[in-house]
Ligand binder design. Sequence first.
Ligand SMILES: *Cc1c(COP(=O)(O)O)cnc(C)c1O
Length: 404
Amino acid sequence: MSLIATEKVPDALGHFGEYGGRYVPETLMHPLQELEQEYLRAQRDPEFQREFEYYLREFCGRPTPLYFAERLTRELGGAKIYLKREDLLHTGAHKINNSIGQILLARRMGKTRIIAETGAGQHGVATATVAAMFGLKCVIYMGAVDCERQALNVYRMKMLGAEVVSVKAGQQTLKEAINEAMRDWVTNVRSTHYILGTAYGAHPYPLMVRNFQRVIGDEARRQIQEKEGRLPNLLVACVGGGSNAIGLFYPFLNDDSVRMVGVEAGGEGITAGRHAARFQGGSLGVLQGTRSYLLQDEFGQVQLTHSVSAGLDYAAVGPEHAWLRDHGRAEYTYATDDKALAAFTRLARLEGIIPALESSHAIAEVIQRAPKMDPSDLIIVNLSGRGDKDVAQVATKLSLTMPV
Ligand SMILES: *Cc1c(COP(=O)(O)O)cnc(C)c1O
């Protein structure tokens, strides 16, 4: 495995090697430049950093514990497994770290209206929450299919005072929701900030979201040193757009003893249209503002995707992950729906923790790997969210496939 020059990416134009950049209509170039400048100023401003840390601590509940999963470790009989408990954050997932950071920026820029896209609804809930907290108007775009499978989160957003727009175009999931959000942004850019929910999209979003999420890895690094007096051997996280994974990985990139693996959604297996594992069936392409690995057909048309978890069900992956993979710094694999469901149940019953279906993909990989590792090895797996939003869906699935 090779060490890489992490401080050189992204470059001033947002490129991670051949990935990333800014592929948007002309009307969005200026707002993105404005956002970039404001973000770079804020990043250097101790007052902004203090404010960010204040809300993460007092409102979101950071730091989150790094919890030793004793029974899971014993049952798997290999490496010692620690869970980074992002599921314990306010609103139930890591998304709120980024939403807090971006709404603070929006206020600095004098914006009065917030928009966002959402897949599983976790980013929509996090954004509706911070908009309510600061008294800003909020509109959330969500695919009609996702509205149905994540009805609980739709109600939560509405109760927080947000308007939820159910998007009926195309596959009616995350990609279409992002299209609508971008359309809104082009029209209302003077008053509106678009809080994008993952390490994806046009520059500066992948950089900015990664930096708002790196608190996960910064804390985990400190916590494992305190508990074990050394660094972990392996980091594991699920990868949708890639924000929880890059948040965990980033502070460890220069530690060459630490391996990292990102887990994509294998859906029903790697057949076109039945999964969302971009590194399995994908190729280089441009989608929604950035250049990265993308599930597309021979004509460059975006392919259908499928995953049991709405939060991983997207045709492209964040550009920094494509770059890390090219350099062999992180590896990427997938877990199928069935493996994720089995991991969901196993963690619930062994540890008393119901994970999000997204996070269950990471747990599934740990279940594969831990037994093959040495008991002196340490794994940190990012528990990106809790599974309350998924219980109705899982109950239906389980009664179809196995007696409970
Ligand atoms: C949104 C979400 C994900 C996937 O998004 P990333 O940007 O890849 O982290 C993973 N887990 C949970 C709980 C989510 O809500």
